[in-house]
Design a protein around this ligand. Structure first.
Ligand SMILES: [Mg+2]
Length: 324
């Protein structure tokens, strides 16, 4: 499951011990039993403050077996969280969820999804594209998977947990700062840039209908490396022209191929040119593919090709960065 870009993030749900703060003293069995024992790991406070300042909701989901063991009561946990609530900025966190709360259901304990599902139920706008779970233990990742949410590991202050995390194929970061820097980085993609003469010809043949005129490239592979760069194609043809009322799209064939190269985690996308777009209607260039998918669902692939004659254009393969 791809990690959301920082600009799309609405909420981050953190594991607590080993992710935000150092584990408690060995004399406590590693538990934090007193607010005075809670210390954020290096750099964590400034990351939390930055996320909070961006309007991103912060949640904590934490398994506190120390309550069931009788080392602390729920009021003691609440006191700890009350202190955390005021450290970053007033009411920095949207909520703290821990597995011994009175409302706890059968899957409330990690690796169950109960705590995460409770957060999703309380904020229906959150989903896998705008919400991220962060933790230091495999059971945190299992909870995220059970709730259908993307997950990232950060290195734990407990070496055995870090070693277990590294055995998985899930994204792993040395700390929270590098994680959120990565989510903020532009996404590289391999594309065919439309040559100037062809662009001019296309804009004449298909006058832009929406305010933001793009007609710039055909994406070959999103989230690409240099190794994904395609060779110079022999024949690129525009075969269709469609408009959803908010996004105007040209369908393209590259050397007879209709699909972009897909990432491992996605279904293939149609080769196309986003000609113009009305961003005021809440659409983005990536929605071109949704329009083409809808046409294929209704009319089959033949429905994409509505031009009487294909139009040949010239392009140049380029490596680009999506900073939008
Ligand atoms: Mg932890």
């Amino acid at each position: 499951m791809p990690l959301p870009k920082l600009k799309n993030l609405r909420a981050v749900i953190f594991d607590r011990d080993g992710t935000l703060n150092a584990s408690g003293p060995d004399s406590n069995g590693g538990y934090i039993l007193d607010p005075a024992q809670l210390a954020y790991l290096p750099g964590v406070e400034s990351v939390l403050k930055d996320l909070h300042d961006r309007g991103i909701l912060l949640f904590v989901f934490t398994q506190q077996n120390c309550v069931t063991k009788g080392l602390i009561d729920e009021a003691g946990i609440d006191a700890l969280h009350d202190m955390m609530q005021t450290q970053i900025s007033p009411a920095a966190y949207k909520g703290f969820f821990f597995n011994t709360q009175a409302c706890a259901g059968p899957d409330w304990s990690k690796p169950g999804a109960g705590m995460l599902n409770a957060i999703l139920a309380s904020h229906p706008e959150l989903n896998a594209t705008n919400c991220l779970v962060v933790g230091d233990a495999v059971r945190d990742a299992e909870s995220a998977a059970a709730a259908g949410l993307p997950f990232a590991f950060v290195a734990s202050d407990q070496k055995d947990k870090t070693a277990e995390a590294r055995k998985t194929s899930l994204p792993f970061f040395d700390n929270l700062a590098t994680l959120f820097d990565a989510l903020d980085a532009p996404v590289p993609y391999a594309a065919y840039e439309i040559d100037a003469d062809s662009r001019e010809m296309l804009l004449e043949a298909f006058p832009p209908r929406h305010a933001d005129v793009i007609a710039h490239h055909i994406t070959h592979k999103y989230d690409a490396t240099e190794a994904d760069m395609p060779p110079m194609p022999n024949e690129v043809r525009v075969t269709g022209h469609h408009d959803s009322g908010a996004i105007q799209v040209l369908v393209v064939e590259v050397d007879g191929h209709r699909h972009q190269a897909a990432r491992a985690d996605e279904t293939p996308r149609w080769y196309h040119i986003t000609l113009s777009i009305d961003r005021a209607q809440g659409v983005a260039p990536k929605n071109s593919n949704d329009l083409l998918d809808a046409i294929v669902a209704e009319h089959g692939v033949a429905g994409l090709d509505n031009l009487p004659e294909p139009i040949e254009i010239s392009v140049t393969p380029r490596f680009m960065l999506d900073t939008a």
